[in-house]
Design a protein around this ligand. Structure first.
Ligand code: NAD
Length: 478
């Protein structure tokens, strides 16, 4: 498979460089080739998106909904094929990847239905015979920059609300998920999406990012990725008065109180920490345990972690696969080394099954750390979790909030008062009781507090607020 750009309905093979894509589960296997774009492709994409905007923004909501429904139908029919490619490209276990495809289809159908929903309100005028009302109108051409860890769901949860609201899109996917992005664009093309409504430009953020952000007229920018990139993007957009949203990093905590039901808590903490090899922005990376249950919990956790299966992504029983790339492997292994040097290793999973060479990292739970330690404070984005002990509920919540990030947080308890107090006091955008830190549903707002987000939200109705602006209309008919 080779990556291609899809611009103005044309398939283009850019020639600013080539990168071989290897399978992170088996690094001697080549999955395809990335063809990198130069700035001219971004400029072409903006022209195509601007031209398409004229008719797409005027199309009825119901006609746009028809397009999104067809995109959902084709994606559903091609789900296995897209899931297979994505698993081979970035290493997410196939079972999880199939779940992500289902989420992508659901997102398209959810936003399709918005095409025929109310999009404003009538506001009584103080004058007679005046009708005053609001309408949510599109912004124009939206730039969409996505990461590799949810190569299908994140692009769709940006593209679908942008399109149903009447915007057109320029999408720059992560290098590590560009083959999957090409396949998704093929799905949209097969579904009959009109030329220029969605334009795919494959390339390196460092090579074409500045053109997208600084050199073309842009009306909105939605970014998901690391905090450092996101903060730069926010600055550039603010200077140009481009409406922006940045969804960034996390260091999410799960608190386990003395009265927690361990049969619920242990599997959900393990899942939150190690599914997708910890490469979710909502992954559990701090486990805060109340003293009274500490020993029992750690024993149960260690037992559970020792049994999870680290295996190639295409093994249908893989609990976690490899991390996505050589650079991910190096970064995460530097934290594993730090844990071996400075922490107590409380639990470690088995080595990978099979004899393939891949970016496999054994799940690891580290303890004996102070609250300021890098393993406790820095986003690792791999299968490494840190445990901290708290004397009571108040201390547990204080530790939970001691982070520059505020994306998601969980509490395991059977005490209703603690549950409510946690939902009130935890400083995170997504707070959950007796549920893992990851897994917020597609119809709910998604986003974080503090350095995890630009304080906007994605998914659900919140996404429609981002991709529209309000127009206040008044008509006098006397
Ligand atoms: P990244 O910041 O390296 O890259 C994200 C995207 O930005 C890629 O498409 C990349 O090409 C692009 N980019 C990089 N430099 C750019 C530049 N100068 N101009 C324009 N675009 C540029 O992040 P990543 O490694 O792909 O993803 C992992 C990060 O994403 C983690 O920090 C994770 O927490 C975060 N993430 C957050 C959420 C969320 O919703 N909060 C969801 C998933 C991932």
């Amino acid at each position: 498979m080779n990556s291609r750009n899809w611009i103005g309905g044309e398939w283009i093979k850019p020639a600013a460089g080539e990168v071989a894509v290897t399978n992170p589960s088996n690094t001697i296997e080549q999955v395809g080739v990335l063809h990198l774009s130069d700035p001219s492709h971004v400029i072409q994409a903006e022209q195509a998106a601007r031209e398409a905007y004229a008719s797409w923004s005027r199309m009825s909501g119901s006609a746009r909904a028809g397009h999104l429904d067809r995109m959902a139908d084709v994606l559903e029919a091609k789900s296995d094929d897209v899931a297979l490619l994505a698993s081979m490209e970035m290493g997410k276990p196939i079972a999880e990847m199939r779940g992500e495809l289902k989420r992508g289809v659901n997102l398209l159908r959810y936003y399709a239905a918005e095409g025929v929903r109310a999009n404003g309100s009538v506001i009584p005028s103080s004058e007679q015979n005046v009708l005053q009302y609001t309408r949510k109108v599109p912004l124009g051409v939206a730039g969409i920059i996505t990461p590799w860890n949810f190569p299908v769901a994140i692009p769709i949860w940006k593209i679908a609300p942008a399109l149903i609201s009447g915007n057109t899109v320029i999408w720059k996917p992560a290098e590590l998920a560009s083959l999957t992005a090409t396949r998704l664009a093929e799905v949209f093309a097969e579904a009959g999406l009109p030329p220029g409504v969605m334009n795919l430009v494959v390339g390196k953020g460092s090579q074409i990012g500045n053109v997208l952000l600084e050199q073309i007229p842009l009306d909105a920018l939605s970014f998901t990725g690391s905090t450092s990139t996101g903060l730069n993007i926010a600055q550039i957009c603010a200077k140009r008065n481009i409406k922006y949203q940045t969804e960034m990093g996390g260091k999410n905590a799960a608190i386990v109180l003395n009265d927690a039901d361990l049969e619920t808590a242990v599997p959900l903490v393990v899942s939150g920490s190690f599914r997708s090899a910890g490469q979710k922005c909502t992954a559990t990376s701090r486990i805060i345990v109340e003293s009274g249950i500490y020993e029992t919990f750690i024993e149960a956790l260690s037992q559970a972690v020792s049994q999870i299966k680290l295996a190639p992504a295409l093994d249908s029983e893989a609990y976690l696969g490899p991390v996505a790339s050589a650079s991910q492997y190096e970064t995460v292994m530097s934290y594993v080394q730090l844990a071996n040097e400075e922490a107590e290793i409380l639990a470690q999973g088995p080595t990978a099954t099979g004899d393939q060479e891949g970016y496999y990292i054994r799940p690891l739970v580290a303890g004996g750390l102070n609250a300021a330690h890098p393993l406790v404070q820095e986003e690792i984005f791999g299968p490494v979790a840190a445990v901290l002990e708290a004397t009571d509920f108040d201390e547990a919540v204080a530790i939970c909030n001691q982070s520059i990030y505020g994306l998601s947080a969980s509490l395991f308890t059977q005490n209703l008062s603690y549950a409510h107090r946690f939902l009130d006091e935890a400083r995170a955008g997504m707070v959950r009781v007796n549920q893992e830190t990851a897994g917020v549903e597609y119809q709910s707002p998604f986003g974080g507090m503090k350095l995890s987000s630009s304080h906007t939200r994605e998914q659900g109705q919140a996404a429609l607020d981002f991709y529209t602006q309000l127009k206040t209309c008044a008509i006098s008919y006397q």
